[in-house]
Ligand binder design. Structure first.
Ligand code: DC
Length: 231
């Protein structure tokens, strides 16, 4: 059977990575979380003093981009690949509220997007890939055979994110998480370079009222139809 490219876009905390991992496992495809790449670049900017308080020194930062090496390494126990920044596992550090607070600003920088999109396109050259992000169906793989656009209400997304952070032992309050979700929606959808928009040929999935299993069945059905259409 021919391998396809599956592009999953949508707002933050819509469960993109959950469904992407499930699909990749089921199909034996590679899974790439592009949000993790933008988060790792943001972590680098924070750790190296390019972001202080609320000031982001964009000009000096973009001159350092060549010093940032990103890679994914598969963790057999977890069943997915973890993000490495300059050969250090940063999977936990990139999910903090601090990184979430700055990542949309970093992801709006055209030089950052140019570099990361190039790497993402390289990873997907052989197809057999599930990639999630904000611009996968519109910019990274406009020819992807299956494009999904995930949505859910901001309240439900903030609750999911809050539960995840609390579950990991982070100290956060719900209003702060909700504010961050809404703020990122706004910045991601209104930036000049590759804003978050639904591709014309993407299928919208509102999972506000779907269980994980219902969502998986619904999307696997779409995958099967897409695969059949390839033959
Ligand atoms: O999927 P996530 O919430 O981990 O993504 C973090 C941020 O990175 C998100 O606010 C927007 C940005 N992003 C992007 O601009 N383009 C992508 N392809 C993936 C993420």
């Amino acid at each position: 059977m021919q391998n396809i490219t599956i592009a999953i876009d949508g707002f933050s905390s819509t469960g993109k990575s959950t469904i992407a991992k499930q699909l990749a496992n089921q199909l034996g495809y590679i899974y790439v979380d592009t949000g993790a790449m933008y988060r790792a670049v943001t972590l680098y900017a924070l750790e190296n003093g390019y972001i202080n308080e609320d000031n982001f020194d964009v000009n000096n930062f973009v001159m350092q981009l060549h010093n940032i090496n990103l890679s994914f390494q598969f963790n057999k126990d977890l069943g997915f690949s973890e993000m490495y920044l300059n050969n250090k596992n940063v999977e936990k550090e990139i999910r903090t509220m601090k990184v979430s607070g700055f990542v949309s600003a970093v992801a709006a920088v055209p030089e950052v997007r140019y570099q990361l999109v190039k790497q993402q396109q390289e990873m997907g050259k052989g197809k057999g890939i599930v990639m999630d992000g904000r611009d996968i169906g519109t910019v990274v793989f406009p020819d992807a055979e299956l494009k999904l656009f995930m949505t859910a209400s901001a309240q439900i997304r903030a609750q999911r994110r809050y539960d995840e952070l609390i579950g990991r032992g982070d100290e956060v309050n719900f209003d702060e998480v909700l504010r961050n979700v809404k703020e990122r929606d706004y910045i991601d959808s209104n930036r000049d370079d590759s804003p978050l928009v639904k591709a014309d040929d993407a299928i919208e999935i509102d999972n506000s009222n779907l269980t994980l299993d219902e969502q998986f069945q619904k999307i696997m059905n779409l995958v099967k139809i897409t695969l059949e259409n390839q033959e």
